[in-house]
Design a protein around this ligand. Structure first.
Ligand SMILES: Cc1cc2nc3c(=O)[nH]c(=O)nc-3n(C[C@H](O)[C@H](O)[C@H](O)COP(=O)(O)OP(=O)(O)OC[C@H]3O[C@@H](n4cnc5c(N)ncnc54)[C@H](O)[C@@H]3O)c2cc1C
Length: 607
């Protein structure tokens, strides 16, 4: 789309990812005129986007990538122990490891993101896991807003899902939405005797027969049953993939609206999409007189490819293209993700006063919570090697409660797959997919207790990446032993995976050996050290949290409104007060749809 500065839009949405696109599509269906802006371009016709098997490659595909380099620790001595640490060598190349050549500059640990139509849903692994009811009920309780109740939120999931793995159509799932869901069928994958042996070893069974497989295949990870949230054990992995074996995601919600627009099935609403457009600032009406409540009236932006410096192709020397602006009749909604949303709010004068003043950014609202409360999972892997290759690429999930799990819900989500995956670093995707003789158990610690991560501005230049520090483990939240509990849970998960991997040697399907962490890590003290050094995450969230009215660190109210200003909302991974469930994309789709409902209801005041 090309848009003229005088174009008329009810809503301007910045960011076409998990948070932005479903809301844009729904608002158009409700009859509104929406402009959806994204810094990236459209890669949805490429194999990297479409082919589910290429998801890891997609996350390192330069036309889509935004490569952030983050810190897990502010103490550099601790940080550089991480084998995934990246360094800029004097030659300009990147070195990965803990022993860099002289004069190399520490960069941090790769955190893959995207600048492309669809955001991170263009490269993510499509795992589609419903969160726990307590995730929603906690927000309802915290804010007193019952529209967040688990029951209401489930109804939104039903509206967006198009389930094709449950032919009996049980309640609690949807069958006509824009997100097509299916599963990795266990029965096919287990035909590979080595995969079967891996799974049987994890179950501590001698073998799996056809009846076992049929019985286990009946378990639905996203079931709507009273005991679902406390269930442990093995599950087939729900994924967002179409009948044509193509990626399904929020882009489909937009494409379906565009098709309906073209065929005349959409009477009033419409969505225009402005790509390769980096929003540099939110515009407020009362910029000279901050006495009245400032009102967001539009955005300032620059146009061009690869402008943002997380893009591996970005230039550091180019002048900023001319700034343009576009106004919204009603509201501006920021859905730029957990790193870019707080950056954009701060660049626009919304954030902690001292940080803004240090960079001479005029303060519109002193909102100390912006860019705080950054949360993520902790993940570690156990990689098992074998003399012979596995014949299928397969993923299966185990849910477990560690000894420190709280609230009766499992806190470990352990994924087994044919891969050689030890976390994110430049070149990781080649290593992860290049060797079919490896099996990885990826241990994901959910409900992490660390909320001490920060996203701070590096400069006033909107092209610069912010400084991101997760403040892992005891460098973060540990006043009541929180970090120790998280490390304990990970330890238990990794030990479980190690034991399962050792047991497979008894199955008579070949010899297996532990490749990672490997023999050098034995005592539980060494294992704790390993876990803290090598942990990573990929569900960054919670940096502009919803909170109670009396909470000074709350950035949003329960209707996604930014506190202290008018006509501005945030709708993406940033909004959660606590990181929900095991995987975050589906909860974001659900809150995106919810936001459209709330915004639409509020719009009635305009008529
Ligand atoms: C490798 C990887 C695999 C993953 N796999 C899974 C998975 O299998 N299941 C799961 O549940 N989750 C997964 N996730 C996480 C999940 O995909 C993301 O958390 C989710 O997409 C975040 O949604 P969002 O809307 O907050 O941000 P994003 O989806 O990142 O969207 C933000 C968009 O905003 C745009 N933008 C940012 N700043 C600006 C600006 N200033 N101007 C204009 N546009 C801007 C960006 O270009 C981007 O398109 C994965 C993440 C990664 C990195």
């Amino acid at each position: 789309t090309e848009v003229h500065e005088s174009a008329y839009y009810d809503y301007i949405i910045v960011g076409s990812g998990a948070g932005g696109s479903p809301m844009a599509a729904r608002l158009a269906r409700y009859g509104h005129r929406v402009l959806l802006i994204d810094a990236g371009d459209d890669q949805t016709n490429t194999p990297e986007y479409q082919n589910p098997g290429l998801n890891l490659k997609a996350s390192e595909h330069p036309p889509m990538s935004w490569n952030f380099f983050v810190h897990h620790y502010s103490d550099e001595n601790q940080q550089i122990k991480d084998d995934k640490m990246s360094w800029a060598m004097p030659s300009g190349q990147i070195y990965v490891g803990s022993n860099p050549p002289q004069d190399s500059r520490p960069m941090g640990v790769l955190y893959p993101r995207t600048g492309t139509f669809g955001g991170c849903t263009a490269h993510n692994a499509m795992l589609t896991v419903y969160p726990h009811e307590s995730d929603w009920n906690n927000i309802a309780e915290m804010t007193g807003d019952q529209s967040w109740s688990a029951e209401n939120m489930r109804a939104i999931f039903e509206r967006l899902e198009r389930n094709r793995y449950l032919p009996s159509k049980p309640a609690g799932h949807g069958y006509e939405g824009w997100l097509t869901t299916t599963i990795f069928p266990m029965a096919i994958a287990l035909k590979d005797s080595k995969v079967g042996a891996m799974v049987a070893a994890a179950l501590n069974w001698r073998y799996l027969d056809a009846r076992d497989v049929a019985r286990l295949s009946e378990r639905d990870l996203n079931a709507y049953t009273p005991d679902r949230d406390s269930c442990e054990g093995i599950f087939q992995m729900p994924i967002s993939v179409t009948e044509k074996t193509e990626r399904s995601g929020p882009v489909d919600s937009i494409k379906q609206v565009l098709a309906d627009e073209r065929s005349g099935r959409l009477s009033r609403g419409r969505v225009d999409i402005l790509l390769t457009t980096l929003v540099t600032r939110i515009i407020f009406d009362s910029e000279d007189t901050y006495s009245a409540t400032p009102k967001a009236i539009g955005v300032e932006y620059v146009r061009g490819k690869s402008l943002y410096r997380a893009d591996p192709r970005a230039s550091y020397s180019r002048d900023l293209p001319p700034r343009r602006k576009i106004l919204a009749k009603r509201e501006v909604i920021i859905s730029a993700g957990a790193f870019n949303t707080p950056q954009l709010l701060k660049l626009s004068g919304i954030g902690p006063r001292d940080e803004l003043e240090r960079l001479r950014i005029p303060v519109v609202v002193d909102l100390p919570g912006v860019g705080t409360n950054l949360q993520d999972r902790y993940e570690n892997t156990v990689v098992t090697g074998s003399a012979q290759n596995f014949s299928s690429r397969f993923a299966v999930a185990f849910l477990k409660k560690s000894s420190v799990a709280e609230g009766g819900v499992p806190d470990l989500f352990i994924t087994g797959s044919v891969s050689n995956f030890t976390g994110y670093f430049p070149g990781y995707s080649k290593m992860a997919t290049g060797d079919p003789s490896r099996w990885s158990w990826i241990v994901l610690k959910a409900y992490t207790r660390n909320h001490a991560g920060t996203v701070k501005l590096r400069s006033r230049d909107p092209r610069d990446m912010p400084i991101i520090n997760f403040n892992y483990f005891d460098s973060g939240t540990n006043s009541e032993g929180e970090a120790d509990k998280d490390a304990q849970a990970l330890l238990e998960g990794v030990e479980w995976a190690r034991t399962a991997s050792r047991r497979v040697n008894d199955a008579g399907v070949g010899e297996f050996y532990e490749d990672w962490p490997g023999d050098s890590v034995q005592s539980s003290r060494d294992m704790r050290r390993f876990i803290k050094k090598e942990a990573w995450g990929h569900h960054a969230s919670c940096t502009c949290p919803i909170g109670a009215d009396e909470d000074p660190m709350a950035v949003l109210d329960s209707s996604f409104r930014v506190r202290g200003v008018e006509s501005l909302r945030v709708v993406d991974a940033s909004i959660f007060p606590k990181i929900p469930g095991f995987f975050i994309a589906l909860p974001i789709y659900i809150i995106s749809e919810k936001a459209a409902d709330v915004i639409n209801a509020d719009s009635r005041d305009w008529y």
